[in-house]
Design a protein around this ligand. Sequence first.
Ligand code: SAM
Length: 197
Amino acid sequence: MTWLQTLPAWFRRAILRDRAARWNHQYASGRWERLKAPQEAARLDACATLLRRHVPGGRLLEIGCGEALLQQRLASGDFSRFVGVDISAVAIERARVITANDPRVTYLTADMRELELAEKFDAVIFTESIYYVPDPAAVLRRYARLLDPDGVFVVSIFQNKRGAEAWAQIHPVTTVVDRTTTTNAAGSWDCEVLRLR
Ligand SMILES: C[S@@+](CC[C@H](N)C(=O)[O-])C[C@H]1O[C@@H](n2cnc3c(N)ncnc32)[C@H](O)[C@@H]1O
């Protein structure tokens, strides 16, 4: 049970609604346009390379997908199914417009701590999203249920204090299968392929 689940349901709903409203406001006001800058493409390409290496043509679930920036860095043959989930309905609406013509792709609005899905996946991906929840290890445990027995997590985190705190919670409960670091003028990002211990 996470700290959020210990709260009364009405209070939990109010908190989650507030968080969604904040992200929606930020997307609508253009704050996240910077994620479309060329420097950001490098860290997304690093994740795409790890996905091709470990789950070629796989069933992919991306949590905190924003405006489908990762999916746009993948070739059509890199996945057989792609589900993207984000708390921001504004971001998801934009993702749906970009990817509308591919029947293998679904974009859903949901909070990563509440989402329930019946499908199984070969990889569950968090690119710059897992550190927005207070308990990343609990989130990984939650999504392990949706992974095939051979499935992996792919987690990308920007190098800063907050990122280091997130890895400090993630590493004790995972084994690192592969990793890559991307560095450019905007900073450094670590992308790791992980299995839950
Ligand atoms: C910095 S953006 C990264 C977007 C995209 N993954 C990328 O790499 O460019 C963080 C994303 O996480 C989403 N997010 C934050 N908290 C979330 C939550 N609790 N559940 C689902 N998505 C969440 C935000 O709406 C936002 O789209």
